[in-house]
Write a protein that binds this ligand. Structure first.
Ligand code: GLC
Length: 543
């Protein structure tokens, strides 16, 4: 039986209120001059993270991988890809991060392996019906010659979720064909992942971000999916044959038991499930946290932000958990760009279909500054995606021939995918890759990256970088671990709330400047105008 822990005013664990910086390692910093980021580059830029004041870093998969899906296709879970470094270097990195008081969260991918994984190679080399095939979901097809897939399931990246092997059987891949789904009913699969957890815990990893945490269990009768209802868009949870099935909770509990053998470790779920079902993942013997993507999906209106913040806090509190806040990550259009689009534009489609002249970059940048003062003020942990502290925009103009995301090929070139938020980070104002490395980076950077680079922004009190540094420092000093938030009513277009003892956060999401209540100005996203808070701007006041 799980019980709900008592809610206290203070959040005592580091992961309950930390700022977690997401490193997409391939695009963070290139230390060996091959055009791709790596551990050497990351180690050389640790001071950037320390000066930002973050509590932890989450590193996207760094394991041996053919990189068909940016490393979410793992060929060896106990080794680092040679392009990124080695296990020894990972250990050095963990130690250096710890010296600076920064914890390290690794990314674990349990739903599928790479098709290069030794298990899958063994499976397809073995004849149909052999035990080596049981670790994956491999079945005969339907129809007279078995020429039809076992079900009509579709892959997330487009096309059918089944691929036929030369001997006629089919294997399941909910993502790319290079990502065969594991069979989580198999005891060896379960034992293997517990051992992988231990391998990295023994090397000092402080936590895990678990990829597709709602996907491991499938209905092995493979019913066709006849409704087009999207899991997250339905009003009530739906019984889906491969998402969010009850069986995942048993797996969660087994992992939690492993983590509990160590001190102070955590795991956070990437679970795209119905809001009503999310609390199940946060029971006391399951995940410590789950990503909350609701703000990321929210439109830029005071009403939707207010609603989502209140609902998220209530949902977390109901199970004794804390919330998380995310505006951007490696899977979505950067929020500086999203906020520059008209409210009715669907940003996932906009990257490919436009209209690109609908984008108001200056407006997006201005709102992104205000958004930083929202997410960094909320109770819970805030995830910052690399480059958002530099105010980077989506690079939507990438030429077709450099696109790397499997979505582009699988959709028959009708969806460009996620490359535009994965363009290597600019560190310096010029040079062949703006200081990312010494050669051309794996995805080309636009010229705007020079003025947006970390070097261009360091020391400039008006820069986005300085705003993030100031906000994170103030948050730590004043209210980070304090759970209290009370909404204030300052008008329909104003998001306003108090935090901790004495901080008031006010965000003007309307079109006219507003008067501010009494209070000492701690921080503002842009300068006040005659004492008024302009449109699309935010302040933190004290007292
Ligand atoms: C998660 C990752 C995404 C990846 C997918 C398949 O959603 O965030 O980048 O493509 O899982 O592993």
């Amino acid at each position: 039986m799980s019980t709900t822990p008592a809610i206290t005013e203070q959040m005592t664990e580091w992961w309950q209120h930390g700022v977690v910086y997401q490193v997409y390692i391939r695009s963070f910093a290139d230390g060996n001059g091959d055009g791709q980021g790596d551990l050497a580059g990351l180690r050389s830029r640790l001071d950037h993270l320390a000066s930002l004041g973050v509590d932890a870093v989450w590193i996207n998969p760094w394991y041996v991988s053919p990189l068909k899906d940016g490393g979410y296709d793992v060929a060896d879970y106990r080794n680092i890809d040679p392009r990124f470094g080695s296990v020894e270097e990972a250990e050095q990195f963990i130690a250096e991060a710890h010296e600076r008081g920064i914890r390290v969260i690794a990314d674990l991918v349990p739903n599928h392996t790479s098709s290069d994984h030794v298990w899958f190679q063994e499976a397809i080399a073995a004849p149909p019906g052999s035990p080596a095939r049981d670790r994956y979901v491999i079945r005969p097809g339907k129809g007279p010659d078995g020429a039809e897939p076992p079900s009509n399931w579709e892959a997330v990246f487009g096309g059918p979720a089944w691929e036929r092997l030369p001997d006629g059987e089919w294997y399941l891949h909910i993502f790319d064909t290079s990502q065969p789904d594991l069979n989580w009913e198999h005891p060896e699969v379960r034992a293997e992942f517990e051992s992988i957890f231990r391998f990295w815990l023994d090397r000092g990893i402080d936590g895990f971000r678990v990829d597709v945490a709602h996907g491991m269990i499938k209905d092995l009768t493979f019913p066709d999916i006849d409704s087009k209802t999207e899991l997250l868009e339905s009003e009530h949870p739906i019984d889906h044959p491969h998402w969010d099935r009850d069986g995942v909770h048993e797996i969660n509990r087994a992992w939690r038991a492993v983590l509990n053998e160590y001190e102070n470790r955590m795991m956070v779920a990437e679970a795209w499930v119905h809001a009503e079902r999310l609390p199940l993942y946060l029971r006391e013997d399951e995940y410590h946290q789950s990503f909350n993507f609701d703000l990321l999906e929210a439109k830029w209106t005071a009403d939707s932000f207010r609603r989502i913040i209140s609902r998220s806090l209530d949902a977390a509190e109901a199970v004794g958990a804390t919330s998380t806040w995310v505006l951007s990550n490696h899977d979505v259009v950067r929020h500086a760009t999203r906020y520059g689009l008209p409210l009715d534009v669907k940003w996932r489609k906009w990257v490919t279909d436009g209209p690109h002249d609908a984008l108001d970059e200056a407006l997006g940048s201005r709102r992104a500054r205000a958004a930083a003062l929202i997410t960094l003020a909320l109770p819970g942990s805030t995830y910052v995606y690399q480059g958002e502290e530099l105010g980077l925009h989506e690079v939507w103009e990438l030429p077709d021939e450099v696109l790397d995301d499997p979505t582009w090929e699988r959709s028959g070139h009708t969806e460009r995918g996620r490359d535009g938020c994965r363009v290597p980070i600019p560190w310096e104002t010029d040079g062949p890759s703006f200081g990312f490395g010494t050669t051309a980076p794996w995805l080309p950077q636009p010229d705007t990256f020079g003025p947006n680079s970390a070097a261009a922004q360091a020391g400039d009190p008006d820069s986005m970088l300085s705003l993030y540094q100031a906000a994170i420092a103030l948050r730590k000093g004043r209210f980070a671990a304090d759970r209290r938030l009370a909404m204030l009513d300052l008008g329909a277009d104003v998001l306003a709330f108090t935090r901790g003892d004495d901080v008031t956060v006010i965000v003007n999401m309307g079109s006219e400047p507003i008067e501010l209540p009494e209070g000492r100005l701690l921080l503002s996203s842009i300068p006040l105008e005659g004492g008024m808070l302009p449109s699309d701007a935010a302040v933190w006041l004290a007292g």
